[in-house]
Design a binder for this molecule. Structure first.
Ligand code: SF4
Ligand code: SF4
Length: 253
């Protein structure tokens, strides 16, 4: 099998998330956990009532947890204490993968307690690669980019994003720009893999960053009242709506 290149939509060593502080919000949203074969057999043999919740997608075993994971206790996750491996879905979180012909596009789901800056909990490319490969090796189906989008457009987007990341880093060094700017940037490149945006030639997307910043500015007051994990959904919707109206905004060349 040909190995795909990995493209990260966020900066290296830039996003910190402290699971100790959060106490497992993802354990309520990861309702279909990919589990390795050993763990699936162990669950079926030792925790037989859970067998009914294990299903197969191709060769991959998936445990359905409903609204709260079976292994979440008052003390946190107890899955390893029961001799079951941590599911690759849980190790992967808060990363998410989009698959294209040549690339795995890795973006970031906003955790409720995330903050920006380097720390022992920040996401580092180097550490992420083995977690991503472990997940891929389970054979779990991945979200795919539409096959109608050309390789050329994908290459253009990757190049655009790498340049954009360098320019953001430069701006941060030169201007000591505040957290606000960095936070806006933090969601942006992940959103650009949206089908609607990828269907447009790159030269027409160059000013989307301006539209995006405008949307963030308009929503700034709302940000103060919202849970961090909801913000990305609201920004994405508003951003895509604004793009629909881009001719009236006169921001696109
Ligand atoms: S939601 Fe994020 S910060 Fe919270 S436990 Fe899960 S991975 Fe950790
Ligand atoms: S297995 Fe553990 S980390 Fe994964 S969702 Fe369940 S409680 Fe959370």
């Amino acid at each position: 099998m040909k190995l795909k290149k990995i493209h990260f939509t966020f900066l290296d060593d830039f996003i910190t998330y402290d699971c100790g502080e959060c106490k497992g919000v993802c354990c309520y949203v990861n309702n279909n956990l990919v589990v390795d074969t050993y763990s699936a057999v162990k669950i079926e043999n030792s925790y037989t009532p859970l067998s009914a919740f294990i299903s197969k997608i191709g060769d991959t075993s998936v445990l359905n947890c409903g609204k709260k994971c079976w292994f979440l206790s008052d003390k946190g996750c107890i899955i390893k204490d029961l001799g079951i491996s941590k599911p690759p879905t849980c190790s992967l979180y808060p990363l998410q993968i989009l698959s294209t012909r040549e690339y795995l596009i890795v973006s970031y789901i906003s955790c409720p307690v995330y903050r920006l800056g380097s720390s022992k909990y920040s996401i580092k490319y180097e550490d992420s690669i083995s977690i991503i490969n472990q997940y891929i090796n389970t054979g779990a189906p991945l979200r795919e980019l539409s096959p109608n989008i050309s390789n050329e457009r994908i290459e253009e987007e990757v190049t655009y994003q790498e340049n954009f990341k360098s320019s953001v880093l430069l701006k941060m060094f030169q201007e000591n720009s505040g957290l606000d700017y960095n936070k806006k940037f933090n969601y942006y490149l992940g959103i650009r893999w949206n089908k609607k945006i990828m269907s447009v030639p790159i030269k027409r997307t160059l000013d989307y960053w301006d539209i995006y910043k405008k949307v963030c500015k308009e929503l700034e007051k709302t940000f103060n009242f919202l849970d961090e994990s909801n913000i990305i959904h609201i920004i994405t919707d508003q951003f895509l709506n604004q793009i629909e109206n881009h001719k009236t905004l006169r921001l696109i060349r």
